[in-house]
Structures are given as C-alpha cells and as structure tokens.
Write a protein that binds this ligand. Sequence first.
Ligand SMILES: Nc1ncnc2c1ncn2[C@@H]1O[C@H](COP(=O)(O)OP(=O)(O)OP(=O)(O)O)[C@@H](O)[C@H]1O
Ligand SMILES: Cc1cn([C@H]2C[C@H](O)[C@@H](COP(=O)(O)O)O2)c(=O)[nH]c1=O
Length: 217
Amino acid sequence: MKGIFITFEGPDGAGKTTQLLRLAKELQSIGHEIVVTREPGGTAISDKIRSILLSPDNIEMVDQTEVLLYAASRAQHVHERILPALDAGKVVLCDRFIDASVAYQAYGLGVEAEMVRAINQFASSGLQATRTYLLDIPVEVSQDRLLQRAGQSAHAPLDRIELKGFEYHSRVREGFHHIAEEQPQRITVVNANRAEDEIAREILTDCKRLLEQYFAL
Ligand SMILES: Nc1ncnc2c1ncn2[C@@H]1O[C@H](COP(=O)(O)OP(=O)(O)OP(=O)(O)O)[C@@H](O)[C@H]1O
Ligand SMILES: Cc1cn([C@H]2C[C@H](O)[C@@H](COP(=O)(O)O)O2)c(=O)[nH]c1=O
C-alpha cells in the first residue's frame, strides 16, 4: 500500500466536511493526489445503503440491521474505492470510518463494542487509518449548527441519526473520547468549537508533518 489513509471523525455538525475539504485543497495545492470520500457512501452501492440508513422513514430499523448496513456500505467502499486508491499512492481523506460505528452503534445504541469491531474488521479487511482527526465539540453547539444548516433551504433536513435525542448524542461524544484515549498515536483530538481558520491551520500543520514523514520512508 503506497498511499495514506486519513479519516475525520466526530459528532454530527462538528465541522468534519468543512475541514476535510479545506485540507484537501491545501494538500492538492502542494502536489498531493487526493481522494475525498465519505461514509456511509463513497460508491454507488454504498450510497444506496446510505439512503436506507439515514432516511427518517426507517424509524423501525433494529440495532443489528443498523450495525450490519454500516458495515456493508463500508465493505463495498473499502474494496471498490479506498484500497485501489491507496495502491495507486493517493492520499485518501475519508469523512468517518470504523470509529463512527464504535461511537454511534456501540456507545450510542449499546451494541457490544467487541461485536461491532469484529464485524468491521471483516468488512474492511483490517484497514485502519494512519491518522484520524477527531473534531470534538459540545453536543449543544453541534446541534445548534445542525439546526442552522437544516434551516438553510439548499440543505437536506435532519436525517434519522441526527434526529436522535441529546442523551444519545452525548453518549456518542463520550464514546469518541474513550476511543481517542485508547489510541492516542493514531487519533488527534481537535477542539472544533473555534473559528474555521484556526482549526484548519492546526490540522494542516499536523498533516503536512505526517505526510513528509510517511512519504520519506
Ligand atoms: N468552526 C465552525 N464554526 C461555526 N460553524 C461551523 C464551523 N465549521 C463548520 N460550521 C458550520 O456548521 C455546519 C456543519 O458543518 P459540517 O457540515 O462541516 O459538519 P459535519 O461534521 O461534516 O456534519 P455532519 O456530521 O452532519 O456531516 C455547517 O453549516 C458549517 O458551515
Ligand atoms: C460511518 C457511520 C456513520 N454513522 C452516522 C453518523 C451520522 O449521523 C450519519 C452520517 O451522516 P453524515 O452527514 O455523512 O455525517 O451516520 C454511524 O452511525 N455509524 C457509522 O459507522
């Protein structure tokens, strides 16, 4: 694998997409070949699964189905899109990955964490990010951002997961904190309750250093 896999994680509305796109632009401008992608999604099949997962019509979805559908979307994405890009030497920036399944389905819903990890180990053939930027933000702030975004006419209304309550999203944030404590070498926690420019500078500085080391090997 010649390329490098970098993920962005954090609660809904933390600013992951905003920061990922800014980083992609900066890295492209210094000559890196970038693939920008997201989960659930990233391929035609994965996007169909995304629609099922996020539609507020599917309120009756049971926890087991939810875990398996996220993993199924991921399996297709990893094998059809991410691994070929990494083999071609690209920098793959992915909006969410397995940490999201652990935070949302294990900590959020209460599914056994080892089960979630094992299913996703199979789905991803063991792929792990080299660096993960965890954008951390109080739930109150991220929920305000989401409501503002949903109020803007061009944006879709809240999805099935975003509609879950404050307590669920608090458990998810706690979950991300636990995951970051377990894997400090991979996960860089970024305070996302700041101005966009300040956050972008911090991520870019870290990422440039990482890429210099990685591609010098
Ligand atoms: N640092 C920031 N300060 C204030 N608002 C921000 C900041 N970063 C992003 N936003 C705004 O907050 C909203 C959510 O941002 P964004 O879509 O990037 O978050 P996200 O984490 O990708 O969300 P989701 O989890 O739903 O995909 C957007 O309206 C965006 O413009
Ligand atoms: C990958 C993944 C995602 N989720 C949740 C997190 C979000 O609420 C949605 C995705 O929407 P976004 O606007 O693209 O962030 O899905 C999850 O619960 N489990 C996962 O593995």
